[in-house]
Design a protein around this ligand. Structure first.
Ligand code: FES
Length: 278
């Protein structure tokens, strides 16, 4: 009896904690309280199941004496009593099973709510930036740039005009010494006047790749020391990054300013949302 009461109490406590967890989450959440309620909800289920197993499940060894007939009146009464006891036990178990189902249901409901915290699906948005065909490359002050204004071996962070500061669009312009640019197949004409453009977002974990070493034509990411070879299409040359920095196809507009030929042709940033990328 004590075991049944303990199990029932534990299931009730678990149910109350789980429902309270859902309410706290809906009302705006409070991390410490939610953690405590989650612990009580799970703990209640655990205590109830252990109490059930320990006190209410039959324990062996079981020996059944076989009797062909119930000869004596005393024996008949004994059997009747044990049937009544068994019926009471079955009733208790049904009640406990219902309580268990309720507490599991309440816990399931509480566990479903945090799915909302994952936010809305990003959809295809991670595969595009603000660069468009004809977008001028501008500094963070909004200044468009002509290739000749960039000193050789210099690096400059630019954005598409109208989207200054947009993180996924930050791009590095590098002016290479004349004739050094060796385009990868399909990228011919992407570097007017030897100016190349690569995404500034490291493909390892998304830090800004801000350091350029002109004598080796390498870009460095300060976070985990990934190195990218600019003359090889910004392929990784060291460090944990395994994917090249995407290259932005450049052109020059009628006024001589650097513009994009299109958006990046591959997703920028860490490759975790596109594992099939080369
Ligand atoms: S984020 Fe660049 S190396 Fe890790």
């Amino acid at each position: 009896m004590r075991g049944a009461r303990l199990a029932a109490l534990a299931f009730v406590v678990s149910t109350v904690a789980s429902l309270s967890l859902a309410v706290v989450y809906v009302l705006g959440g409070q991390a410490q309280l939610e953690g405590t309620l989650l612990g009580v909800g799970l703990g209640g289920l655990g205590v109830g199941l252990v109490a059930w197993a320990k006190h209410l499940m039959p324990t062996g060894p079981f020996v059944q004496a076989r009797k062909v007939t119930l000869a004596r009146t005393g024996e008949i009464e004994e059997v009747a009593e044990s049937f009544e006891e068994g019926a009471a036990t079955i009733g208790r178990r049904r009640f406990l099973a219902r309580l268990l189902a309720v507490s599991l249901g309440a816990f399931g409901i509480a566990a479903v709510f945090p799915i909302r915290s994952l936010g809305t699906s990003p959809g295809r948005q991670l595969f595009h930036t603000s660069w468009r065909k004809g977008s001028r490359a501008v500094t963070d002050a909004g200044q468009p740039i002509r290739p000749a204004e960039l000193p050789v071996d210099s690096v400059l962070t630019v954005f598409p005009e109208g989207a200054v500061g947009v993180e996924d669009s930050q791009t590095l312009l590098i002016r290479l010494p004349a004739g050094d640019y060796r385009p990868l197949p399909g990228r011919e004409g992407w570097a007017p006047d030897d100016v190349v453009a690569f995404s500034k977002i490291c493909t390892h974990a998304g830090c800004p790749v801000g350091l350029y070493r002109a004598d080796t034509n390498q870009l460095f990411c300060p976070c985990h020391q990934s190195v990218f070879d600019v003359l090889q299409g910004a392929k990784p040359a060291g460090g944990p990054a395994t994917t090249a920095l995407p290259q932005l196809p450049l052109d020059v507009d009628g006024e001589g300013y650097l513009v994009a030929r299109s958006d990046y042709t591959e997703p920028v940033g860490p490759g975790f949302w596109n594992r099939n990328r080369a």
